[in-house]
Design a protein around this ligand. Sequence first.
Ligand SMILES: [Zn+2]
Length: 205
Amino acid sequence: MKVATASCHVERILDDGAWGRLSRLLAGRPSGFRIAALVRPPDGEPEEPWLERVRSLDVPLGLHTHWTSPTHARPTGGDPAARVRREVDWLRGHGLAPRFFVGGGWYTDEAVREVVAGAGLVDLTATTFPLPAGGGRVVPGPAPGLLPATHTIGMAVRALRLPDYVHLYFHDTDLLDARRSAALRVALFQIGLRRPVLPLSALAA
Ligand SMILES: [Zn+2]
């Protein structure tokens, strides 16, 4: 099936600059994309303004766990799976209904995948291309319970041919860079001309 979707790793909900750009982008549904927001929960940061902003989003929602700190995504100790379970419970306990999960720094392990599946979330923690930094899970394409990313912004802008399934991902921080932000809109426009656009929630169903 030919289809295109997009998701954003949202790390700076409380940063007014990043949030303003992100909320405008998502509300505008660029080129028909209802971009999924994969959110990093507060980590020692105030919860009320975070919740107010996330509740205002009208897009598919997912959890984006940063294990070590807001600026250090991958785990450096502890029990990574337990943290994911805790964060899913925290989101649900505050009335939010995440349907997706993507591990920070593309980290995953078997125990994390069990928690994600057990919580009924669709896993996005994989790519169909090798990451420049390495260390991620590379898969050939979507599978039951798994919707991998296929393109960065740069890859999408340069792509002459597209696979049947296209999943562009980016970070809210990309929006702080005017050139990257413009490239994202170009990429979404070009993909939207060539593939039917659906939200992740429709692909997961
Ligand atoms: Zn992240």
